[in-house]
Design a protein around this ligand. Sequence first.
Ligand code: FAD
Length: 400
Amino acid sequence: PADVLVVGGGLAALRTVAALRDHSYDGPVGLLGAEGLAPYDRPPLSKHLLDRTSPTWLADDLGHDLDALADEVHLARPARGLRLRPGGGATVLTDDGEVTSSCVVLATGAHAVSVPGWRGATLHTAADADALRAALGGGTRRLVVVGAGWIGAEVAGVTAAAGHDVVVVEARAAPLATALGERVGALTAPWYAAAGVELRTSTPVAAVDSTGVDLADGTHLSADAVLVAVGARPATGWLAGVVPLRAGAVPVDESYRVLGTSGPLPGLLAVGDVAVRRSARHGWVPGGHWDEALHGPDVLVRRLLGVAVDEPEAVPYVFSTQLGHDLTVFGLPARQDGVTVLGDPGVTGWTALWTRGDTVTGALVVDRPRDVGAARRLFARGDLPRVTLPGSELPGSELP
Ligand code: FAD
């Protein structure tokens, strides 16, 4: 039996266990994972697909020894279902029996979206990275990447740099349109040709088979390997019918307590990619951000143990290295926000600021390391920053 049972074997799970010990919790802690590997860092899987290949190395990057921190660790015992207990906490169902705990932390993260019937690879795990590397082995290969989101762009860049012949096919009118909107995403489109990658936007895919990709207009793109990088979904299938979901994720309050239909469910918490967090400052903050899985667990544990949380709420933060460029996003821009670009995207580094009235809701910094610190400081205050902007407003369609 564990006083605290963490379900999941990724960054959020590891950081939850580490934070419990950091804050002097000395009761039993258990962990159930699914991959059979110690928690490891995922961002290098795409950015260093071809040059960092060992899961041990990726795990060492996280700097914690799970076995030394937790009492019972089962890295290949996935949770299959959950039963809430009337007095609080829950029973987790596995193929090897049930585990009951008065405090269960859901940290099952996300999985890559795969389209039924499509034969392409996806990239979320170290095993996925191994498979993609194997498909690209033995000389120059033709890779078609479906989806110009964060992961598609990163993989296209590193594989083209290694000499492969790479085509990226994107259904929307611009890369990164889902994350940044089409106006800002379009500013990254010239990076593809400059990196030797062919980018086809507004190009929906009809099918993926072992010979390549069929486009909706009937064109066939032959490929030695196809990566389907069309997004990630919270891994909540095992929670069906037990916890009410919000956009497929587990809704939590600012203390990471899972929200049932009439308030927090006692003894049930969730953090990382599996959760969507209610924030007074930013509205509902979805997972999908490494930084949230890194820092969220400390706040969760402090609130759980009654340790003061002194710092203001962390601002949503995403980073990416793609096609020779460094991107940092702060905040959570929304569909209706205006956007202003500072600097000239065609020439040097630049920054995009999203605003609602005179309030800044998001910032994207590209290749301007000094602006990263400034943007972070802008958001570090207790309320959303207000500014008057000297840059030029982008015309065109709004965020999705
Ligand atoms: P995950 O990392 O998904 O870990 C969840 C773990 O739980 C997995 O090991 C899974 O196997 C396990 N699990 C799932 N279901 C069960 C179950 N039923 N029972 C037990 N265990 C289960 N974010 C950024 O901000 N910047 C980046 O540059 C960036 N790059 C990325 C590149 C790639 C290739 C990928 C895949 C992600 C990237 N991310 C990036 C996202 C970032 O890695 C995630 O936000 C982070 O990993 C979330 O951590 P997590 O622990 O919540 O979930």
